[in-house]
Design a protein around this ligand. Structure first.
Ligand code: SF4
Length: 325
């Protein structure tokens, strides 16, 4: 299938007055047209940095793309000027940020907030804009009669629907959702996820779903990438990643609590012993080796390559060297 997004050997660093943080250390990742890719890993693994790099929203003067490329529909996003990248943001690629509830403006009606988002990217008459706000609200299951209400008049789940409406108002081709349901209770989470999945199909979008929640991964992702210390250490279809009969990266096994069954309700990642590698002081060799029960001598000084495990499944670990492709 054709790729909508290709990330090639991406290296990103954050520079502080004290040190350099190596946030992304050679990320290679593709998102196919129409699919949902789940990006899974602990806090600090580099998930949000990938999203911010795609949108070129790394904090100026602190976060810097050092090398690599990000292609959207075959064109480099890194070569676009400020006007061109602003057009891509929202128009082609939208993002739902972490803690979306706080991104609504409390003193503007939800209708005005959706109109503002559309107005940034489209030149419409007043009537056309108003009609588009109505249809966007209806798309996410909010009656248009509520467009003059303020955010505080909505429940958590309804506010999240407004956020999704804003993100989708310009009909993007790729939606990046960074932990979009974390702040919601489980029942509302399920409704919001169902809505996102439905809209993805309806609008023929691709989606990058950043999450800690294995229930979300199992429910809506087609492929899954596991990230550790700024490197993708395992990738496969959702079935391959959850397949207990396959071998997996030691980190994935720890994270998934020894690989749960797709049919069993397992919602959260299991904490892996030890702490995430310090991006300012990454270990030699495999970044996971200080936490790995299966560590061998070679792991302490050689970075493992990615090994093909059959099908679309890849693991970056010295244990599987003989299957290297
Ligand atoms: Fe563990 Fe070595 Fe594999 Fe790293 S390369 S995950 S240390 S076995």
């Amino acid at each position: 299938m054709e790729n909508i997004l290709e990330i090639k050997d991406l290296h990103v660093q954050y520079q502080t007055s004290e040190d350099t943080n190596y946030a992304l250390n050679g990320i290679d990742l593709n998102i196919q047209k129409g699919e949902t890719l789940g990006l899974v890993g602990e806090t600090g693994a580099g998930k949000t940095t990938i999203a911010l790099s795609i949108l070129r929203l790394l904090q100026s003067g602190v976060g810097q793309i050092k090398s690599g490329d990000i292609l959207f529909e075959g064109k480099s996003l890194l070569e676009l000027n400020d006007t061109e990248i602003r057009k891509v943001r929202g128009d082609k690629i939208s993002m739902i940020f972490q803690d979306p509830m706080s991104s609504l403006n409390p003193v503007l009606t939800v209708g005005d907030q959706i109109a503002e988002a559309i107005d940034l990217h489209r030149s419409l008459s007043k009537q056309e804009l108003s009609d588009m706000v109505d249809s966007t609200l209806e798309l996410v299951g909010i009656p248009k009669s509520r467009k003059n209400d303020y955010p505080h008049q909505f429940s958590g789940g309804m506010k999240q629907r407004v956020i999704i409406a804003i993100a989708l108002s310009t009909n993007p081709e790729l939606l990046i959702a960074d932990e979009p349901t974390t702040a919601l209770d489980v029942t509302i989470q399920a409704q919001v996820l169902h809505l996102m999945e439905e809209l993805k199909q309806k609008l023929n979008m691709s989606m990058l779903m950043i999450t800690h929640d294995l229930g979300i991964v199992a429910q809506i992702c087609d492929h899954v990438a596991i990230i550790y210390a700024g490197k993708i250490i395992e990738y496969g279809t959702v079935y391959e990643i959850f397949d207990k009969s396959r071998e997996h990266h030691p980190y994935t096994k720890g994270l998934f609590g020894s690989i749960p069954d797709l049919t069993v309700e397992t919602r959260r990642l299991t904490p892996v012993k030890g702490l995430m590698a310090d991006p300012a002081d990454l270990p030699e060799g495999c970044y996971f080796h200080p936490r790995c029960d299966e560590c061998m001598e070679i792991c302490k000084n050689k970075v493992p390559d990615s090994c093909g495990m059959g099908g679309e499944h890849y693991v970056r670990c010295h244990l599987f060297k003989e299957r290297q492709v």
